[in-house]
Design a protein around this ligand. Structure first.
Ligand SMILES: C[S@@+](CC[C@H](N)C(=O)[O-])C[C@H]1O[C@@H](n2cnc3c(N)ncnc32)[C@H](O)[C@@H]1O
Length: 250
């Protein structure tokens, strides 16, 4: 049996992990994709510094849809503890555990699970909830936002693709009963791609508009929510507002 670093080098990764021996894990999307991770990590750190200050030691984190654990690993490296990553795909959980083993992070753990099955009894409540790159892969995004709120003790950071929104009014059953639209969803079909490591597990994806996301965050019980500003050199999807990162407070 090869050692853990050799095991990491023998498979392909979504993230370019820097390993303790100075090597970097081989990636299956090429090096360009790392820019989206780096931008999001920079925005996440800036937000946490602003919202909870510089002292992160001992604050708990759950990372929903942790994939191969890169954001959870970065949180653990930054002092957050314990850090739990949850992902629907067991292979991602196995890969993430290998990274935690390589770094000897005992309080960085991972488990397989569907976001919709999580709640305050299990796995519990956390100071920081992360849900990055997941919402737009779900057929029940509102339910997932409710899960985020139920797990959150302080701050929740959501990063998602958004669609252009419709605005205006709808005759809701009668022209005499007119309601304003609060936001909208776009349907994206991933039904042929559910085998993909980054994809939806059901294939039916409801992507929110930014208005919808901001309105829903308040309706599921967060007291406030703000859109984080991308840095000037941000990955293009964030720079041009095709994706957003939002911080919601309990
Ligand atoms: C685009 S990747 C994002 C990964 C990571 N959070 C990031 O932003 O780099 C989507 C991830 O969501 C996971 N996933 C999809 N549906 C899920 C669900 N219902 N519950 C938990 N994880 C899910 C996938 O396995 C995949 O790891």
């Amino acid at each position: 049996m090869s050692n853990p670093i050799e095991q990491a080098q023998s498979r392909e990764w979504f993230y370019a992990y820097e390993l303790p021996d100075g090597s970097t894990t081989p990636t299956y999307h090429g090096v360009d994709i790392q820019a989206i991770h780096d931008t999001r990590w920079q925005m996440l750190q800036d937000c946490l510094a602003q919202d909870i200050g510089p002292e992160w030691n001992g604050l708990s984190v759950v990372d929903l849809a942790s994939h191969q654990g890169w954001f959870a690993w970065n949180m653990a490296r930054s002092g957050f503890s314990p850090v739990l990553g949850i992902d629907a795909r067991q292979q991602h959980v196995d890969d993430s555990r290998l990274i935690a083993e390589i770094y000897g992070y005992d309080l960085l753990t991972f488990q397989q699970g569907d976001v919709h099955q999580q709640g305050p009894e299990q796995p519990g409540r956390f100071d920081v909830v992360l849900m990055l790159g997941l919402l737009y892969h779900l057929e029940d995004p509102v339910g997932a936002l409710r899960v985020c709120r139920s797990l959150c003790k302080n701050i929740c950071i959501i990063e998602t693709q958004v669609v252009p929104g419709m605005t205006g009014y709808v005759d809701y059953g009668s022209y005499e009963f007119v309601r304003p639209l609060k936001g909208s969803f776009g349907i994206v079909d991933e039904t042929e791609e559910t085998h993909g490591p980054e994809a939806s597990i059901t294939g039916v994806c409801l992507v929110p508009s930014l208005d919808a996301l901001m309105w829903l965050l308040r309706k599921v019980g967060f007291s406030s929510a703000r859109v984080l500003q991308p840095p000037p050199d941000a990955y293009e999807q964030l720079r041009y507002h095709k994706r957003v990162m939002v911080a919601a407070r309990v």
